[in-house]
Write a protein that binds this ligand. Structure first.
Ligand code: AP5
Length: 210
């Protein structure tokens, strides 16, 4: 069973959605750099203050900040812990840094076209407390405006406005797309069509881990 997994894919492709399901089913630790950075911004930590401007515009936070953040998180994982990297690595420099610390079993690439991504992100709602995500049409919360899991009031992420989403897609193509070839060359890449029923996509994700 593969237990060191990277979730690759453009913004809105479902990395958080599938990563959460994986972590619920297998008990793997999910390390989402986006969630960590949003928490740092909320708490106005040194990292949050440095990261905010980049995140608001849809740009990447500088490699050195991210690599330092993840180095500590990875070092604190117990021996043999299953782990899902969601949103990291996002550049070849980050992937090289990760390879120095941990041997990855699988890079799962969720493939979704741009127009679908824009529809998903502009209608996404996020829980600020437990980071669960919903979609107003595809995956609505049971009680409108509130998180099913913890009851917090859901919000629309600042970087989910259409103009910022388009910039995030451009940034993804320029910086993160090369990682598909990077992991293909290492024989670690599996690409899954990320459009359609969330549970059916999860079945394929699950299969790729076996
Ligand atoms: P981050 O939070 O990582 O954002 P992202 O990669 O852009 O990914 P998203 O969270 O937007 O989407 P997702 O793929 O998780 O999709 P989701 O499951 O939510 O990063 C934010 C920012 O932080 C970056 O822009 C950057 O500034 C910074 N950052 C983070 N990591 C960094 C790094 N390593 N280096 C540098 N900077 C970094 O799904 C989206 C929506 O679609 C939801 O509404 C969901 O309900 C719905 N949905 C999911 N699956 C389906 C489906 N099959 N059908 C219909 N709807 C679906």
């Amino acid at each position: 069973m593969k237990s060191k997994i990277i979730l690759l894919g453009p913004p809105g492709s479902g990395k958080g959605t599938q990563g959460e399901k994986l972590s619920e089913k297998f008990g793997y630790v999910r390390l989402s750099t986006g969630d960590m950075l949003r928490e740092a911004v909320r708490k106005e930590t040194d990292l949050g203050l440095k990261a905010k401007g980049f995140m608001d515009s849809g740009a990447l936070v500088p490699n050195d900040l991210i690599i330092n953040l993840m180095k500590e998180k990875i070092a604190s994982l117990g021996e043999g812990t299953g782990v899902i990297f969601d949103g990291f690595p996002r550049t070849v420099e980050q992937a090289d840094a990760l390879a120095k610390q941990i041997d990855i079993d699988l890079a799962l690439n969720l493939d979704v076209d741009d127009e679908e991504l824009i529809t998903r992100l502009t209608k996404r709602r996020t829980c600020p407390q437990c980071n669960s995500v919903y979609h107003l049409t595809y995956n609505p919360p049971k009680k409108e405006g509130f998180c099913d899991k913890c009851g917090s009031v859901l919000y629309h992420r600042d970087d989910d406005k259409e103009e910022t989403v388009r910039n995030r897609l451009k940034v993804y193509r320029e910086n993160t797309l090369p990682l598909i070839d990077y992991y293909r060359k290492k024989g670690k890449l599996v690409t899954i069509e990320g459009i359609g029923n969330i549970d059916k996509i999860f079945d394929q994700v699950d299969k790729a881990l076996q």
